[in-house]
Design a binder for this molecule. Structure first.
Ligand SMILES: [Zn+2]
Length: 239
């Protein structure tokens, strides 16, 4: 009986490596598999940090995964398994399409994704997969926070400072004139929460500064505004 398996973990926990391993093992036995990944992931390939990669179907926001599998079955006779990477970025509807592939086409799904975002919350695709999956498997990886505790949270950093606001999906440097260098790092919950509190605090401070400025009309706004870098840790983002 076909099953929907969802394997989740932090960044760098080896999800893509596992996806590639399953893909390789099934093909070695002559089974027909489809490997899928999300649009922004390295031009139609799934690659692992350990240096292995394989061609993959790109899942775009409008892609109908049920139709993709159904068409492939019609063309080549059978599909035995679909291995889907980066499912945190699939839409909830696409997650439901994967469930229909299991139920209506009797094809196994091996789905892999991140559990929580840099904002510390479930990704929409992840939430739907947790709701729908037959098996939910957490990858236990011995990644460590800088303090030595087990790293369980994904932190996003802009110019080295942790942020909790911004677009859900930023792969690397966005290149805009107001954006800094975006990097990711794994943290323990305590240090992720500590950084998140500081990031939120600095956003509130910026709001306070703006309100204070708008309330004092006698202040000349035409000149350059002096900002104490210690009091305002995150750069202002122009919208
Ligand atoms: Zn820590």
């Amino acid at each position: 009986m076909a099953e929907l398996r969802f394997t989740f973990g932090t960044m760098g926990s080896g999800k893509s490596t596992q996806a590639l391993q399953i893909h390789h093992n099934l093909r070695a036995r002559g089974l027909h598999t489809i490997l899928t990944t999300q649009l922004d992931r390295a031009e139609g390939r799934v690659s692992s940090r350990l240096g292995v990669s394989a061609d993959a179907e790109i899942v775009e926001p409008h892609t109908d995964l049920f139709e993709m599998v159904r068409r492939r079955m019609a063309r080549q006779g059978s599909v035995d398994a679909v291995i889907s990477d980066e499912v945190q970025f699939y839409t909830p509807v696409q997650c439901e399409q994967l469930a229909r592939v299991v139920d209506e086409l009797a094809v196994d799904i091996y789905a892999f994704g991140l559990l929580t975002s840099f904002q510390g919350e479930l990704f929409p695709g992840t939430a739907r997969m947790l709701e729908l999956a037959d098996q939910r498997i957490e990858i236990q990886v011995e990644a460590r926070c800088w303090c030595g505790a087990r790293a369980t949270h994904n932190g996003r950093f802009v110019d080295g400072r942790q942020v909790v606001s911004g677009q859900l999906k930023v792969v690397g440097d966005t290149g805009g004139p107001t954006s800094g260098e975006v990097t990711y790092d794994l943290l323990c919950r305590a240090h992720w929460l500590d950084g998140a509190r500081k990031a939120r605090g600095s956003q509130l401070e910026l709001l306070d500064v703006d309100e204070a400025r708008s309330e004092s009309d006698d202040v000349d706004h035409s000149g350059p505004v002096e900002v104490n870098p210690d009091a305002v840790p995150t750069p202002l983002k122009a919208n």
